[in-house]
Design a protein around this ligand. Sequence first.
Ligand code: F6R
Length: 559
Amino acid sequence: MLADLTHDGADLTGSLGIGHTRRATHGEPNDINAHPHVSENGAIALVHNGIIENYLEIKEQLAQQGVTFTSETDTEVVAQLLEFHYNECGSMLEAVGRVLRRIEGSYTFGIICSDYPNALIAARKDSPLILGYGENGNFIVSDVTAIIKHTRDVAYMNDGEIAVLTENSIDVFDAEMTPLEKEHSRVEWDVTAAEKCEYPHFMFKEILEQPEAVRKTVSPRVRDGRVMLDDITITADYAKSISHIYMIACGSAFYAGSVAKYVWEQLLRRPVEVVLASEFRYSEPLVDENTLVIAISQSGETLDTMAALREAKRLGGRTLAVCNVVGSSIAREADDVLYTWAGPEIAVATSKGYSTQLAALDLTGLYLADLLETVSREEYDEILTKLQALPEKMQKYLEHYEETQYYASLYFNHDSIFFIGRNLDFVMGLEGSLKLKEISYIHSEAYASGELKHGTISLIEPGTLVVALGTHGPLFDKAISNVVEVKARGATVLAVTTEKFREKMEKTADAVIAIPETYRLLQPSLGIVPLQLFAYYVALQRGCDIDKPRNLAKSVTVE
Ligand code: F6R
């Protein structure tokens, strides 16, 4: 590790540095392809987030002029191009400007040059970049958690802006090199929230933090028995004009949107479509001013979600972001933003990020249903009361999760695991299955139980592990029938149900995990917790790198 190699930084002299923890997007993840990348004469070094799309063309031109490349990366091409322009114009800032006009793609750069030993140049386009104003030096980061130990005074860079940092100053310019005044923000996150403390993994800590995170997301928005979303400017008139709702997101955030679709359609009586952001952006979506587009993103920096949000805005839709990171790009670009107050999430696999997205979407659904008058007073009161009680119920389950740990120790050796369920159990299973595959590397898929007969059941053979989800009360009997169906083909069944149905389920399934009961539309908020823990303990048994699964990054700022 770098910390060991440098004796915790003690071997590093000087007052200026750049570093990067990025995984390779071009070439093998090895030392040669790792950042920083240096120009041929060794004078210019840079780190880069993003992808340079026209790098091959530039690489060829530079190679023809005799430049030799040492790595396979797109980033080295930028270092070499900088050297070329710097030699041409003699000004580093001017050279950066010329390079930015030449390259295509997304980037955040941190650039240093041996001719300017006290200065660092930073620039961004479609990739996060935050300036940190410290008492003993200044910083650039792509994620605020990296600097909150040093400063909470930050400014968010916009696309096209360039910053020049020294120990005592930060100057920011627009693309035409006109100086800009940046608005400062204060990061409120607690330092210990970004530390592992006594926990073995961030993921475990974050799973246990969920009751508190959900409480922080919900409580401040409930006053006198009503949901008050002061941050949202949607009026009753606009709400009544909504003809279509899209939820756009990636990964787990997409699965949170998939749960919300069921909840919102029940509450709002309006069609809700959940679309993967990477598909939405290229699908010529049917969006107009009566379309409400909800962009869901923990980091607020996911490139595809950002691009989909921009596309929705371009088409005239109204946008609302559900984000966790204050000041993130998606939060800043959407018409309205509702923050999930989960605090910093460090583990790559989301847990509290997802739970707070569910809670924020439940709140928003209830708020809009109230504006639209599509929910009865009794139902509204019941849902809101139960939403407020979720943290307590999550806590109750978290105090007795040993059975989940035990089942993980029984089943961790399976090569392939299926999740089945209907309605909200199906969409909850999608997230449970993603959790398992991303951290334990076990092949896993989630199916709507009703689809089993249409093909999937042929995959069930003696010993196949099926995680059967039966927490959705109205369809419990059907859940039992599906358990019987897969057991008849020899499957081993681990079922998740509510306390009320535990006994019935125990008569059929091989193993049962029971969770507390809540309002049926909110049940996935409780049901997901054992699935997260199951994935966690299975990955632990298999010796996986839980917080940093292979090939994955916390914030996906490339396409
Ligand atoms: C899975 C996971 C990812 C993210 C996805 C979107 O555990 O964390 O699937 O949910 O990359 O990230 P955000 O929410 O930051 O847009």
